[in-house]
Design a protein around this ligand. Structure first.
Ligand code: FAD
Length: 320
């Protein structure tokens, strides 16, 4: 079986959940091998093994961690030259796509970005994308080199398949050019205690209908009740009612949670581009003709300032 490389991402609390989705997807294509740039401790190796990694390539030392994406791309290229994979999977995101593009150029490979699924069709690797703001489903195949594919977080479910990975320590030579930009300080964001927007299984998003910065409070309250992340439309972030880094849409973040609650959101195409792949969409809007209802699985026509607190109370009552 051919090897499929997965670029593992680490967070302070361990392996990023999106990496498990990549390992699950990789199992449909071949033999998953994780590439860890950084500290591949026992915990990390065990977590990767839980999702089927049979090999962990540990690109050692802090060296690559001290720089931006180029050393990671160089490391991945060198591991690929050694492992000869049929595909390389990377999580979509600004860094992931930067790395993927560099790897594809260096390996002279085809690249597909923002895939929502991958499959092996008779030896050909195909990737599906939701394009034109999610209104079309495109299927592509990579015909040259190992297929370099970035996958959207939350587009596929992570499923465990225990394996005991062998660990291969890899010494990679990072070029001086790759070290041109280095990280001089890290200032972690003050944690809200909520999950990362792009990783969250539940997202509650507020639109201009919240009416004011304080109006975002009901959005946050429902998100906290559901253990979800808070999102917003561009109208809301442009008005300064919420931070720009929680904007969902064409020029914001792309999310595909199990549940997306859109409250006071009209459903403009640029917003839909960032959330249309969500598995279940619930809309609350006082205008029965709002376009968001056209893509909703469940809709409530009403004032969000009444509907959302009632929902929070009902959930609390149900939980006892
Ligand atoms: P509105 O369109 O003003 O809708 C507010 C909605 O709230 C209405 O449907 C109204 O009926 C409802 N409402 C009002 N009061 C209540 C209430 N009390 N209870 C319930 N419902 C209520 N937008 C994004 O979101 N993300 C992007 O990434 C993005 N990128 C863009 C890129 C470009 C190039 C352009 C041109 C636009 C982009 N936009 C983006 C903007 C987009 O076109 C819309 O303007 C924006 O999404 C509208 O935000 P909204 O739904 O919050 O506001």
């Amino acid at each position: 079986m051919s090897t499929v490389l997965v670029l593992a991402e680490l967070t302070p609390s361990g392996v990023r959940p999106a990496t498990f989705e990549l390992l699950t997807a990789a199992r449909a294509l071949g033999d998953p091998a994780a590439v860890v740039v950084g500290e591949a401790g026992d915990d990390v190796v065990a977590q990767l093994g839980n999702y089927g990694a049979t090999t962990v390539y540990a690109v050692g030392g802090a060296a690559a961690e001290d720089y931006l994406s180029v050393p990671k791309a160089e490391a991945l290229v060198q591991v690929a030259q050694q492992a000869n994979p049929s595909a390389i999977l990377i999580t979509s995101g600004s860094e992931g796509k930067d790395i993927a593009a560099r790897v594809a150029v260096r390996l002279d490979s085809g690249i597909v970005t923002d895939a929502v699924s991958v499959a092996d069709e008779g030896g050909t690797i195909v990737a599906a994308q939701a394009i034109v703001a999610g209104t079309y489903h495109a299927t592509s195949e990579v015909t040259r080199g190992p297929a370099v594919i970035t996958m959207r977080p939350n587009a596929t479910n992570a499923e465990q398949a225990a394996a005991t990975p062998s660990v291969e320590n890899v010494d990679v030579a990072i070029s001086d050019a790759a070290k041109g930009a280095s990280i001089t300080a890290r200032n972690p964001k003050v944690s809200t205690g909520r999950p990362e927007l792009t990783d969250a299984a539940v997202v509650v998003a507020g639109g201009r209908g919240v009416g004011s910065p304080e109006g975002m409070g009901v959005i946050e309250q429902l998100a906290d009740t559901l253990g979800g992340a808070v999102g917003a439309t561009r109208a809301v972030t442009d008005l300064g009612w919420a931070a720009h880094d929680i904007q969902v849409g064409q020029t914001g973040k792309t999310v595909a949670p199990s549940l997306y609650v859109a409250a006071g959101v009209s459903g403009a195409i640029q917003h839909r581009a960032g959330m249309q792949s969500s598995k279940t969409i619930v809309a609350v809007n006082k205008d029965a003709n709002a376009p968001i209802f056209a893509i909703s699985d469940f809709g409530v026509v009403g004032d969000l300032h009444q509907v959302l607190p009632a929902l929070v109370d009902a959930i609390a009552a149900k939980r006892g």
